[in-house]
Design a protein around this ligand. Structure first.
Ligand code: PLP
Length: 394
């Protein structure tokens, strides 16, 4: 009989989103007509920028004519898109060859697929609270997980622990769920740590477009030494509303080598074996995000979410609750008031204000006692939710 991958049995049951859905459904059944406001969502709510929609239509029309029809494209991405992404990096002072940029179907796909490059014996260091896929993808691959806890003391963005055993290091900045970011100094310390021990940083930059402070790095490649120790995984999901349209990109520097093997070459080999790339139409739409018009429109949407984050921060300031995030990030990470646990506060908020958020303990044990509020809802719902929260916690 065939042997299955037994590591699936080692995955912890994810109670987080199923638990939330169950509790909200039970509340709705018991209180028909209650207006429940959802600040738990990690998905965007505004439609794609107009420039993207126009480019998607042009892509479809191109497929209708023999002269412009596109069959298979290069597996690692269409040159027009790889070049547009490399130009954006150049504007931020990061010089990349377009061949170092790999187009993907999104950060989630890539965070799982990229593990093909590493031996199962390597240890994965995850800074917690963390996006759950980091741990699960490594458990499935049979890799050892090293958890590095973060907290209020380090602003949920820790310095490297010199004693930590790590081959693969996950850093997410700005972070989900905490909204915290790594300063340039902290990133430099992580880069030095990784280079010194031959480790590789997987830098998740899915929320870089929310950065507005000039001194916060958008990319790990803004830090000296990162080209020899880092891979950056990014996405248009939160940058431009591509959560349902699907497009991401990954940067693997040509200088990144271990044991005489170049990771960018290995990734080309992986992609040409395992995928025929992302749809031409979607890549056409994505390229519009990197035009001046598309960028302006995407930024306009981000400003709406950042306005929501401001409303959330103001409410928490008014009731004297500690939080981080919500400035260069769409998430606000608050301490549960009155010493409540994450799920206790979830129940309290649902029952007394009909507001839904995400219990912090769902992102790792050190998230206990914290709670994530998302700014991806509508301004109207966010404002009403915060009116109710102020009243409840006043
Ligand atoms: N990384 C982080 C930290 C995320 O929060 C998410 C989605 O919420 C992703 C990656 C996945 O993004 P994508 O939609 O590109 O798969």
């Amino acid at each position: 009989m065939i042997e299955l991958n037994r590591h699936y049995a080692e995955l912890e049951e994810s109670y987080l989103f199923a638990g939330i859905a169950q509790k909200v459904a039970a509340y709705e059944a018991a209180h028909p007509g209650a207006r429940i406001l959802r600040l738990g969502i990690g998905d965007v709510s505004l439609p794609l920028p107009e420039a993207v929609i126009a480019a998607l239509h042009e892509g479809v029309d191109a497929q209708a004519r023999a002269e412009t029809f596109q069959g298979y494209l290069p597996e690692c991405g269409a040159p027009f898109l790889r070049e547009a992404i490399a130009r954006q990096y150049a504007e931020r002072g990061v010089s990349l060859d377009a061949g170092e940029v790999f187009v993907s179907s999104g950060a989630s796909d890539e965070l799982g697929d990229i593990l093909d490059l590493f031996d199962a014996s390597s240890a994965a260091l995850v800074v917690e609270p963390a996006y759950p896929a980091y741990v699960d993808a490594n458990v499935i691959a049979g890799r050892r997980i090293v958890r590095l806890e973060s907290g209020k003391d380090d602003g949920f963005a820790p310095w490297p622990d010199p004693a930590a055993d790590a081959d693969l290091i996950y850093l997410c900045s700005p972070g989900n769920p905490t909204g915290a970011h790594f300063t340039r100094d902290k990133l430099k310390a992580w880069v030095e740590f990784a280079n010194a021990r031959g480790a590789i940083i997987l830098f998740d930059a899915a929320y870089e477009a929310f950065i507005s402070d000039a001194d916060v790095p958008h990319s790990i490649f803004e830090v000296e030494g990162a080209r020899t120790c880092a891979i950056e995984i990014c996405s248009l999901s939160k940058t431009a509303g591509f959560t349902g349209t699907r497009l991401g990109y990954t940067v693997i520097p040509s200088a990144l080598e271990r044991g005489g093997m170049r990771l960018a070459d290995m990734w080309v080999r992986n992609r040409t074996t395992k995928t025929n790339g992302v749809s031409f139409v979607i890549q056409r739409g994505a390229a519009a995000v990197f035009t001046p018009e598309g960028r302006r429109q995407a930024e306009r949407n981000i400003e709406v979410y950042k306005g929501n984050a401001r409303v959330i921060r103001e409410a928490l300031d008014a009731v004297g609750v500690w939080y981080c995030g919500g400035v260069n990030a769409p998430y606000v990470w608050m301490e549960c008031p009155r010493g409540l646990g994450s799920w206790e506060f979830f129940d309290y908020l649902l029952e007394n204000a009909q507001v839904v958020g995400t219990p912090g303990v769902g992102f790792g044990p050190c998230g206990e006692g914290f709670f994530r509020l998302s700014s991806f809802g509508s301004p109207e719902d966010t404002a009403e939710a915060m009116r109710r929260l102020r009243r409840l916690l006043a």
